[in-house]
Design a protein around this ligand. Structure first.
Ligand SMILES: [Zn+2]
Length: 354
């Protein structure tokens, strides 16, 4: 027998009245800090990730802001959940690697717990939180087989099968953005090249748009760059929509690649529904075109829908993990498994992705 671990885990089942505490969503571009009170985000504040000098600076701001917001919302800050886009070792609360964030082997749960007087801090993947948010209260409500595809700074998926979260044998399921679509292709933040994320993510559209502005092939983007000093994915989408040929071809290429990725998921997993979430999908023109392209012909098979909770999906799902201790005043290592009653957790479950 080779060592293995359960490839799925149950959805957390925290009742709404118990969902109170600090909820944090660390995206590649935007940091959201919120205070949850009985299943609602009572207060929240957002920050640009680029403003932080490093991980320690970010943890200081999360802790200070979290205290303020929780106090204003009249909820204790003794329990916190942090959703992160990246490769995580959930059991130890460590960010192993994040392609779009300055985290490498960073013990995030312990660092934040220390700043919050030993609060229980649980860390989760942002796509898993988005998946749960949309399944509990959004576009996938009532379904047990769901794929949540997030396209924002990066690209990843959260997968629900028969009501259980798919983690994979190494806890690394869902890193769809690092599937090669070109060879050798553009360098990716993960260290590889030609990844889907390097062509179809928000960061990729911004970088490719920046290039088109610099070499003068896109006059509208060159003008935007001269005025603002930078190009964002939103600028590229706006230019494409208003008829700029180069921007339109970048967007068409991204939609084509994402369509292939979604169809691959549909054909492999046959879910009830695929939910399109993340910052880039908040552009209804882009998400609508993608949903129409990726849907099966004549409405057969799985549904393809836009997320309904917008940029609240991740925080909404993250709330269900409050109290799922990874770091705090008690011994670490059994937090989420204990909360979920996952007695099947094997000794190997403590090991993160290699
Ligand atoms: Zn990659």
């Amino acid at each position: 027998m080779f060592p293995s671990r359960p490839a799925t885990r149950p959805l957390p089942a925290l009742p709404a009245e118990s969902r109170s505490g600090l909820v944090v969503d660390i995206g590649g571009t935007k940091l959201l800090v919120g205070a949850a009170r009985q299943g609602e985000i009572a207060r929240r504040r957002s920050f640009a990730v680029s403003q932080f000098a490093g991980p320690a600076d970010m943890m200081d701001v999360i802790a200070a802001t979290g205290r303020q917001l929780c106090q204003a919302a009249d909820v204790p800050v003794s329990s916190a959940v942090v959703a992160v886009a990246g490769r995580l070792d959930r059991e130890s609360g460590t960010v192993v690697h994040a392609a779009n964030l300055p985290f490498t082997n960073f013990p995030l749960a312990a660092e934040l717990s220390r700043r919050l007087d030993g609060a229980d801090v649980c860390m989760e993947h942002d796509a898993v939180c988005g998946l749960i948010g949309e399944t509990v209260a959004g576009a996938a409500r009532g379904f047990a087989n769901v794929v949540y595809l997030t396209v924002s700074t990066g690209i990843s998926v959260g997968i629900l099968i028969d009501g259980a979260l798919l983690e994979g044998a190494h806890g690394a399921a869902g890193e769809l953005g690092h599937t090669p679509v070109e060879w050798p292709g553009i360098a990716c933040g993960c260290g590889s090249s030609g990844c889907l994320e390097a062509y179809a993510s928000g960061r990729a559209l911004a970088a490719l748009g920046q290039q088109a502005a610099a070499d003068g092939t896109s006059p509208p983007l060159a003008g935007k760059r001269a005025a603002d000093g930078e190009i964002t994915a939103r600028d590229v989408l706006a230019a494409a929509r208003s008829g700029d040929r180069v921007s339109a071809s970048l967007v068409d290429n991204a939609i084509g690649l994402l369509t292939r990725a979604i169809r691959l998921l549909l054909m492999t997993l046959d879910p009830d529904v695929v939910v399109l979430g993340g910052g880039v999908m908040s552009n209804s023109w882009f998400a609508g075109r993608l949903a129409r392209r990726a849907a099966m012909p004549a409405g057969r098979g799985p549904l393809v829908r836009r997320a309904r909770l917008g940029d609240r999906s991740v925080m909404h799902g993250g709330m269900l993990f409050l109290g799922g201790r990874q770091h705090g005043p008690h011994p670490a290592g059994h937090g989420t498994a204990a909360m979920n009653g996952a007695s099947a957790a094997s000794p190997a479950a403590g090991k993160g992705a290699p």
